[in-house]
Design a protein around this ligand. Sequence first.
Ligand code: URA
Length: 229
Amino acid sequence: VIRLLFLIPVYIIASEPNTRQKFLHKIRCRQDTIYTRNSKGDFMQYTWNDIKQHVSACTHCPLSQTRHLPVMGRGDHQAELMLIAEAPGNQEDQQGLPFVGRSGEILDKLLQDCGLTREEIYITNIVKCHPPGNRDPKEEEKKACFPYLKYETFLLKPRIIVCLGRVAAQRIISPDFKITRQHGTWTYRKDCSLTATYHPSAILRDPSKYELVKGDFDEAVKKLKQNTK
Ligand code: URA
């Protein structure tokens, strides 16, 4: 009887995808499929490829009518560091890839100066389609796009998230986050350390911000290497 009682949780974990997922999440085991319920309550499962396909065909908000190409996140699916920015710019909209314009050049320099490359991290945006005229994404656009970011984060299970700019910081860390005062401060949530710094485009406007952003990136890399939270 004692042996049987011992086997019940094992049976539940092994047979019920949702429970198995929560258990694996707790022990930080990466999975290549996530299980979730959609807005109608149906049970759904997603792989990286599924998410990419949903993003490329997405019509959940008006940005889908003005975009050229949707921009799925990109990078190492095993990365421990996830960068989350705001929305694709013009160049990104043309190429369907994140950070390929001038902000991307700055980002590459920042990563290089911290001893990292794009191939070692994962980078994505709050909204996957370019807002016309580079305006801030609207609340309903961020809301419509949020499931994609949620699934990317569930699959990646990053140890560290760095938000790039106010829009990402306010959506991910706290609605009243102030980059000027709070950049480089850390929050710990669900087994993940989160911080925010200026968006690379802020460095394009004011190159003196480079060292400040580099300092925030250095801290993130230090955490990554030290294996601390
Ligand atoms: N700016 C962003 O916020 N995201 C990109 O992908 C490119 C520029």
